[in-house]
Design a binder for this molecule. Structure first.
Ligand SMILES: [Zn+2]
Length: 90
């Protein structure tokens, strides 16, 4: 198996290395954790930010739902950032 220099193998001429082929596959939303309730995904022209909120539903505690009354509420927002300069502070 030949890999490119980027992936620390033999230089490729023409044919793509398996790793590059893997990376070039469309991964539309690869979410990255920002904090406990936010995730972001790099998209063209900016970021897609997903916000989670843990919501309690008293009406869902009955035996029909099988749940404990909690669920995640998710909201999405687009943050324009063409150069992807937004760094997550750790
Ligand atoms: Zn490669």
């Amino acid at each position: 198996m030949k890999w490119c220099s980027k992936h620390q193998g033999e230089a490729m001429d023409g044919e793509k290395c398996p790793q590059c082929a893997e990376e070039s596959k469309p991964v539309p939303f690869n979410f990255e954790q920002i904090d406990d309730s936010h995730q972001r995904a790099k998209v063209f022209g900016g970021w897609l930010v997903k916000s989670f909120e843990n919501v309690y539903h008293a009406e869902m505690t009955d035996h029909h739902s099988g749940g404990e009354g909690w669920d995640w509420r998710v909201a999405m927002a687009f943050v324009p950032d063409p150069k992807h300069e937004w760094e997550i502070e750790k």
